[in-house]
Design a protein around this ligand. Sequence first.
Ligand code: TRP
Length: 447
Amino acid sequence: MISRGKWGSKVGFILAAAGSAIGLGNIWRFPYITGNNGGALFVLIYIVAIIVLGLPIMLAEFALGRATAKNPVGAFNAIRPGTKWHFTGFLGVITGVMILTFYSVIAGWTLGYCLKCLGGQFKGIVREKAALVFQSFISDSWVQILWLAVFLLLTIYIVSKGISGGLEKYAKVMMPLLFVIMLLLLIRSLTLPGAEKGLQFYLKPDFSKINGRVFLAAMGQAFFSLSLGMGTMLTYGSYLKRKENLVSSAAWVAALDSLIAILAGFIIFPALFSQNMMPDQGPGLVFVILPVIFSQMPGGVWFGFAFFTLLAVAALTSTISLLEVPVAFLIDEKKWPRHKATWLVGMVAFVLAVPSALSGGGVRFFTNLPILHKDFLSLWDKLWGNIALSIGAFLVAIFVGYVWKTANALDEITNNGVKFRLAKCWVLSIKYVCPLLILIVLISQFF
Ligand code: TRP
């Protein structure tokens, strides 16, 4: 038997799950999606999506994982052997690899930016120059591939070391530090001249901007940010001991994750508007505006360096969780040794990540795809980071609500004497609210 490993403690688990949730999704993706979707109204819908969709699905994934102590494919197989349900697990495994590909490219940007800060490239920089630096950085093919490779190697190294020893140790130390630096950035950004316009964009909803795309963006962002819809939280739950409280763990993870995302918005938008920059610049948004904020701070070089280093670590605790899903699948189902599984999946991810790495200007075809007029990375982000996750979350809700049945899931959630006061709401959400809402939002995209 290959030992699967277990989490060392409850705090360790919450921090590792929060480590998975908190990452580029909060600091890179949330601000840029918010900017693309009109600001405050999007934020409002996003928060609602976290509460009515995200939390219930997270609890469902935790319960599925702990009840079966399996990877996503194994979990569905264990509960309904011989059915097609394990394809939901497969979809998760594939989605995990695909998200890992473009996510690692952005994570590579954070590494590159660490060096740029140290080299003093952002000293006294203004917004036009910051945009140029960014553009020439992402269009340099070899540099992109290099940072991508470095980042994936770091991820592979940690995942190959296994659960408690690898994941937990790293998750515990760096996140509080990132939070402190963000608070300092917050103060700087809010005190820039013209910051109010940014706050208005971020906080004052404009209901005339409402449309179906905003709902899909908010729902997808909620799943992406909480690492839901592809079995990450299911897999993390599978390493949990019986006695832990799944309900409070889920609440903690969602609260910490949302806190960081909202905070990131409070940093980005005031600074953006104070520089008279457009909020809908797409994936490059924070990489252009952050250097400008640092250049306006005393000791900005060091702040910038510390910030991008910690952001890289936050991204690392997320890529670890992405890689862990296909690896757990190969360990459990194909009886591969952890080492071999990690390296193989990591290498496949590297090859599949190349188009994303070359889509910032390096190769014309990937930068501006024919017909779609989008770059490859944005396309992958939307396809896997949004639509595939929403489909995954939908299938989890149907499975837990109607196949495994909520009564069994509730048994798993409360079998250690945990009180779950909102059990009725949760059942309602998993059986009706989640499937219906997700379906409506997905179908509405075709009209
Ligand atoms: N949630 C992470 C972030 O916000 C990214 C991530 C890690 C993820 N694991 C995932 C997203 C699983 C979707 C599914 O950066």
